[in-house]
Each structure stands twice: as structure tokens, then as C-alpha cells.
Design a protein around this ligand. Structure first.
Ligand code: EPU
Length: 340
């Protein structure tokens, strides 16, 4: 079967930073058959690959001349037989994540509300184990189907095999090995709201909601995100650019002594997570502009494209943020997006 390769495809509309770049060769993947066909073409199969979903966790710094871009467009949302404890939903990797969350609330299959408005596709969600407002994807995950390029075969991976961690998974540790095709979510029934996150509780109180419905929770999360985070359709960005760093108890204590307003959260096991947004703001970089790249005014953890920025400009700003935070606090910030 001949592969429907596309050539010289502009990637600007396919990454939420809105950075201009070009894919010399791109293949749209609608099912495992497309990847089986790719495997049968020895020359193409040997090329380095970039798996592209919604492009919301990606910083492109150059044209992709030698790489084959696989744009994942597997469709479909299907309800599977429920278990005694969970509703089960299978979703194609190409479906938009937020549209899925919204659709499931409307269909009375709630459980993902805290993850509303996270940009990107369903196939990208497990790669970085998306999380927000006290919930991570891993807590709603049953299994996924992926193409394994090492074995050139379709595989099913369960929760334990995906090695989920904070913004982390197997797929970050074996880059290029898998293309995720679909995932099955498990939504606990009966539904109970995930509470305990100060912003969410505060917003519910201010709306006079004591016992939220799924719809209430969904609306509140959307409202909080709209206030703090730029809409990629308007201002190019990839959400949080850095992970919140994790440090030892001693390091946290030393920082808190010098900087009493430090924001940190204790973790099980005695370590601490620091709010990277606080560190960047305290390093004086909130709202900074370098060329056409910037640190977002309302949330310092987000780098933005102020219009026409190149990937290299955004990367240079990211390096400056890392250097200033390292110099002032002795803390290393790890980027969250994939940098090409
Ligand atoms: N803060 C500042 N200055 C800033 C930004 C934040 O001082 O410019 C302080 C805030 O005052 C707050 C603390 O930092 O006390 C935490 O801020 P926020 O609640 O906004 O959350 P975050 O830690 O900055 C994380 C996730 C977000 C997620 C929110 C809500 C990471 C890297 N980011 O941000 O995820 O939406 O919590 O749960 O874990 C993403 O990953 O792309 C993302 C947007």
C-alpha cells in the first residue's frame, strides 16, 4: 500500500506556541494500519520520527528536514461495558482533550472535570500524565493501545506499565518508541468531586456552591484557568513551561529562612515541591519580554509567544529563566515541553 505522505507542511497551525516551522515529510495516522504500512517501507521506517498530537507540549526550534512527522488523528469516543466500580470510555488519540471532558460531563459520565481546558489531544495526555487542581490522568486511566516501533506491532499497556509520575511516564523515557493510538479511561462511580485545591474551593464558595455537581466543578475549573492562563488561540503558549521542582527538606528549610513568602508543598516521604511560578516571579522575570518571547504577566510559569517569536527566541528566554532561578535559589528548573 502506498503511503499518503505530505511534503513541506507548515507546522505553525499544529503547535500551540504558534512557532513557524516546516515538516519536509508528514504522515497522518488514522489507525494502526497506517503504522503497519510505514513499517513495511524499510527506508521510511528507518527515518527519525516525531510523533505529533495537538502540539500543545512542544517547542519547535527548527525545520524538520530529516524527521518524519507522524500526525496522530485517530478518531472516536466509545463507551465500553462498565465494571462494578467504574464507567469505561475508550477514546482515540486524535480527539481533543477538552472536548472529551466537556462531552463526558454532558453525557453524565463525569470524573475528569478538574482536567478541563488542558490543551492538546487525548493521545498526548498520558505522555506527560496531565494534571491540575488535585487530579492526575493516572487516577482515571485503565490502559492504552500504542504502536511499538521497536517490535513493529500494536501493544496494550496497563496502568503499571506506563510508569506514571508527576508530569512523567514511560513515554518520556523511551522517546520515539511508541505512538499512542487510543486510551481507555476508568471513571469511578458513583462520582465524587475531587476537592482540596484552594483555588477551586475558593471559587466554589464565592459562587455560593456548597455541594458541587460535575457541571459546577467543570465551570469553576474553566473559569480559574481562563483567568490565569493564556488561550493558545490568542497568545501562543504550551501551558506551564517548567515542572515544579522537588527538593530536599533541608533545601526547602534553607530557602524558607531566606525567603519567608516561598510557596512550597510537603510531599509524602519528606521532600518538598516548590512553586516554580513563585521562584520565577521572585527572580524578577514575571512579565519579562525578550524579542518576541515573554514570561506571561498573570502566571510566571508560562512562556508566551507575543507574536512571531521563533522557537529559538523562546528557548533563549527559557535558558535565561533557568539561569536566574539557579543563581538566586540554587534550584534547577526542568522544562515540561518536548524541545526539538
Ligand atoms: N505563583 C506565584 N507567581 C506566579 C505564579 C504562581 O507566586 O507567577 C504561586 C501562586 O501564588 C501559588 C503557587 O505559585 O501559590 C502555585 O500556582 P498555581 O496554583 O497557579 O499552580 P502552578 O503550580 O503554577 C500547576 C500546574 C498547572 C496546573 C496548576 C493547577 C505544573 C508545572 N503546573 O501550576 O499545570 O494547571 O498547578 O493545578 O505542575 C501545565 O502543566 O501546563 C499546567 C498549566
Amino acid at each position: 500500500m502506498a503511503l499518503a505522505l505530505e511534503h513541506d507542511v507548515p507546522l505553525q497551525p499544529l503547535n500551540t506556541f504558534g512557532v513557524a516551522a516546516c515538516a519536509r515529510a508528514l504522515l497522518r495516522v488514522r489507525s494502526a494500519h497506517d503504522l503497519a504500512a510505514l513499517a513495511a517501507d524499510a527506508a521510511l521506517a528507518a527515518r527519525p520520527r516525531l510523533v505529533l498530537g495537538g502540539g500543545s507540549n512542544l517547542l519547535l526550534t527548527r525545520d524538520l528536514d530529516e524527521m518524519l512527522v507522524l500526525r496522530i488523528e485517530v478518531p472516536g469516543v466509545q463507551e465500553m461495558a462498565p465494571s462494578a466500580t467504574h464507567w469505561r470510555i475508550e477514546v482515540g488519540a486524535g480527539e481533543n482533550w477538552h472536548a472529551l471532558v466537556q462531552q463526558l460531563v454532558a453525557r453524565d459520565r463525569p470524573g475528569l472535570e478538574n482536567l478541563a481546558l488542558i490543551p492538546g489531544s487525548c493521545g498526548a495526555a498520558p505522555v506527560q500524565n496531565i494534571g491540575a487542581y488535585g487530579l492526575e490522568l493516572a487516577e482515571r486511566f485503565e490502559s492504552l493501545r500504542a504502536w511499538d516501533f521497536q517490535r513493529q506491532a500494536e501493544v496494550t499497556l496497563g496502568l503499571a506499565e506506563c510508569h506514571f509520575g508527576y508530569r512523567d511516564s514511560l513515554f518520556k523515557h523511551e522517546p520515539g518508541r511508541y505512538a499512542i493510538l487510543s486510551m481507555t479511561l476508568a471513571l469511578p462511580r458513583p462520582w465524587t468531586p475531587v476537592m482540596g485545591y484552594a483555588d477551586v474551593e475558593h471559587e466554589l464558595r464565592s459562587r455560593g456552591v456548597a455541594r458541587p455537581t460535575p457541571r459546577d466543578l467543570f465551570d469553576v475549573v474553566v473559569a480559574i484557568r481562563r483567568r490565569k492562563l493564556p488561550d493558545p488561540a490568542v497568545i501562543g503558549n504550551a501551558g506551564s513551561f517548567f515542572k515544579n521542582p522537588i527538593v530536599s527538606r533541608d533545601k526547602q528549610a534553607e530557602l524558607a529562612r531566606h525567603f519567608p513568602s516561598l510557596v512550597s508543598y510537603p510531599l509524602p516521604g519528606g521532600r518538598y515541591k516548590l512553586a516554580a511560578g513563585w521562584l520565577i516571579e521572585a527572580a524578577g522575570l514575571k512579565g519579562a519580554t525578550r524579542g518576541r518571547a515573554g514570561v506571561y504577566e498573570r502566571q510566571a510559569l508560562v512562556l508566551v509567544n507575543r507574536g512571531g517569536a521563533t522557537g529559538a527566541e523562546i528557548l533563549a528566554l527559557a535558558r535565561e529563566v533557568q539561569a536566574k532561578v539557579a543563581e538566586k535559589f540554587g534550584v534547577e528548573l526542568d522544562p515540561e515541553p518536548v524541545i526539538v
